[in-house]
Design a protein around this ligand. Structure first.
Ligand SMILES: C[S@@+](CC[C@H](N)C(=O)[O-])C[C@H]1O[C@@H](n2cnc3c(N)ncnc32)[C@H](O)[C@@H]1O
Length: 188
């Protein structure tokens, strides 16, 4: 297994689940790389919901999916992931959150603690047993540090009988490297 960064680790955690996933979410579509990853590693019948608040992000995601002939599997939603429950009522098998701002875009438009936690709160009751939520957080800048801290505070309080909550990071890197949180639902 190649251990290189938090997002790649998120992919490694979810790969064993993807072949049986019916509904998966990319909560932050961005440039579409994670959406493409989900589309490439799930069965033809899987539905992928990809959220972003920026039209530019969804444009890039659509383009990438079209280039790979996978856009038919994906529903793109121009809305905050804080409204996930307004779109989805079926069990969620995987939800990926790659926090922060759009690479190559406006760095002032970033994920925020309140909406991120709201989205996680809405996803948890819909998460299938053995389903996973991954959250890649970026504490290397102040806003990201605050957001990562808020996420940690919330998820570290989840009932251990129902959820396993883990984190992964590189421990010999300077300047607050990214942190990956992984939440697994153990039982309803
Ligand atoms: C780090 S990027 C995601 C990278 C992406 N997964 C990829 O593979 O390219 C974070 C994205 O989150 C989006 N975002 C910020 N706040 C959001 C919200 N409340 N709901 C959904 N997306 C949001 C930003 O517009 C940005 O495109």
């Amino acid at each position: 297994m190649e251990v290189a960064n938090a997002v790649r680790m998120a992919h490694q955690f979810i790969i064993p689940q993807l072949h049986k996933a019916k509904l998966v979410i990319d909560a932050t579509a961005g440039n579409g790389k994670d959406t493409l990853f989900l589309a490439e590693h799930t069965p033809e019948s899987t539905t992928i919901w990809a959220f972003d608040i920026q039209q530019q992000a969804l444009f890039h995601t659509q383009l990438l999916l079209t280039q790979h002939s996978l856009s038919h599997k994906v529903r793109l939603v121009l809305d905050s992931h804080a409204n996930i429950a307004a779109y989805i009522s079926q069990p969620i098998h995987i939800a990926m959150f790659n926090l922060g701002y759009l690479p190559g875009g406006d760095h002032t438009i970033s994920t925020c603690p309140d909406s991120t936690i709201q989205a996680i709160k809405q996803t948890l009751p819909l998460l299938a047993v053995n389903g996973l939520i991954t959250v890649a957080a970026y504490p290397g800048y102040e806003h990201g540090r605050q957001e990562g801290k808020a996420v940690y505070q919330y998820i570290s309080g989840l009932d251990q009988k129902k959820y396993t909550v883990a984190c992964w990071s590189m421990v010999n890197q300077l300047n607050n490297p990214p942190i990956l949180y992984v939440i697994e639902k153990r039982k309803e």
